[in-house]
Design a protein around this ligand. Structure first.
Ligand code: HEM
Length: 152
């Protein structure tokens, strides 16, 4: 059994849980103009840590599996096949961009002067990161790249 793949599959739900939670909390906080609380900071921290772990597992899968070999064998061939292109290029690249947005977002929130600004920055940076993550998950309904919701 490929334990990295099982962890990568299941950890996606942790990433989504904290991501959706943090974004919805920020949305309501912007609307109600409430103060930035310790729980907001904790939520964003847990979202970042889960993304860090997911990136690590993704890297392990990428470099120990067949995807990096495929790219080395010939990028042109990979790009012609939508299924291979997704995992070898699109998924990895876009998820790294989402991960960077989460990190930059946390730094920008720390630098914000007001509480409203902190919530707005959380909403924008985490919101965009979450949209990218949702779009780049190989959901079971996506032909060619479909993967199970739960791998146990
Ligand atoms: C928040 C970030 C990420 C999420 C939510 C995510 C989610 C997923 C999911 C749900 C799968 C399908 C797992 C399965 O087949 O059961 C998958 C596969 C994969 N992911 Fe990610 N991923 C993320 C980031 C990354 C990154 C940054 C990389 C590489 C640098 C990566 C590399 C891979 C690879 C190579 C596979 C296919 C593994 C295989 O079947 O050989 N992922 N990812």
């Amino acid at each position: 059994m490929n334990y990295s793949l099982v962890i990568h599959n299941l950890l996606r739900w942790v990433v989504l849980l904290f991501g959706v939670w943090a974004v919805i909390a920020a949305l309501f906080a912007v609307i109600s103009k409430r103060e930035y609380k310790n729980i907001d900071n904790k939520l964003s921290l847990f979202f970042m840590i889960s993304c860090d772990l997911q990136l690590l597992m993704g890297m392990i899968l990428y470099f120990t599996g067949m995807w990096f070999d495929r790219v080395r064998e010939g990028m042109a061939e990979v790009m012609k096949n939508p299924g291979e292109r997704f995992f070898a290029v699109e998924h990895a690249l876009m998820m790294i961009i989402a991960w960077m947005l989460v990190h930059v977002g946390r730094t920008m929130v720390k630098k914000a002067d007001t509480d409203v600004q902190k919530h707005k920055r959380t909403l924008i940076y985490f919101g965009i990161a979450l949209l990218i993550i949702l779009a780049m998950i190989p959901w079971p309904f996506r032909s060619e790249i479909a993967r199970p919701l739960f791998r146990i």
